[in-house]
Design a protein around this ligand. Sequence first.
Ligand SMILES: CCCCCCCCCCCCCC(=O)OC[C@@H](O)COP(=O)(O)OC[C@@H](O)CO
Length: 362
Amino acid sequence: MRHWRGLRGRLTREALMAQAGSAGPEIGVQRGRTPWLWALAVLWLAAAEGSPSRRKWPVPYKRFSFRPEADPYCQAKYTFCPTGSPIPVMKDHDVIEVYRLQAPVWEFKYGGLLGHLKIMHDAIGFKSSLTGKNYTIEWYELFQLGNCTFPHLRPEINAPFWCNQGAACFFEGIDDIHWKENGTLVLVATISGNMFNKMANWVKWDNETGIYYETWTVQASPEKGAQTWFESYDCSQFVLRTYNKLAELGAEFKKTETNYTRIFLYSGEPTCLGNETSVFGPAGNKTLALAIKKFYYPFKPYLSTREFLFSLLEIFDSVIIHRQFYLFYNFEYWFLPMKFPFVKITYEEIPLPIRNKALSGF
Ligand SMILES: CCCCCCCCCCCCCC(=O)OC[C@@H](O)COP(=O)(O)OC[C@@H](O)CO
């Protein structure tokens, strides 16, 4: 059994789909049925050897002109942003403290359990000196992490169905116990009311245009400086974007270590396979469509213990043995030629940003 990994260079969508069209769903694995196609692919790769990919990496996260209504099929296990409120307009001369908030994911359900694995959720707290009121802003999934990581395979719909929206939630109050008990609540900056108001306007734009959650960070290897193929778009990325916006507005951050959770996939150069229409539509490649759905099938939720254990074996077979992963990014499907160590959860420092001195009005 041979894998594409023995051949250097990048596979085009056509080569992968052609391979799929002849060899059946296990793309990238030679089954001895298409030697001529295999030779063609080898010749193509030899010709392409060393030709640098023309694509810009990492793939830029796609923003949209507006946030669509969520599909009623998507059901939240826990209500999104139950105590949400509009962001208030602060007095320009107000002095507002900015807090880094971090707690284990799903702490409300599992306490500090995931904190032991450093699987952490991030948010930002604000406290107004003029009013004494404090606030929390956090960015997370409308329909929980599993729905943002894997799709639903609905019998009545040919394409995988995603409930992967993520959004910002702003509400009055900071739950000190929630953040302090197993995580972090620390002052990181002090800003003016004017800066806060400008940040608030940016948050509204960011929230209206950045509409989907992406769990995975995809890189070529765990080494520092390795090529990043895709960045995640999750709670921590929102906090980082907001800190950067505040620094751009002139905020000066304290010197404190800030670590964040990321879950990595390691792969060779990804290949874009197309979107829902081009892959799963009437003119789509039926075998590729089947291969993608076959890949996602073991990830479906609410399995029995026996089904779950069997699914783990299927996932191991796809990702580790056959070194295949289908990523959904920017509402397109990507083939990832997986590499050792395949998957890794990290909790590493991403330093607080440097102030933009040109704009520091505070
Ligand atoms: C199907 C799972 C695939 C494997 C994923 C393994 C862990 C990956 C962690 C990535 C970082 C997650 C950080 C993040 O975006 O957190 C958002 C959200 O999941 C946090 O959930 P929460 O319930 O703790 O907090 C949201 C809300 O309840 C707080 O008020």
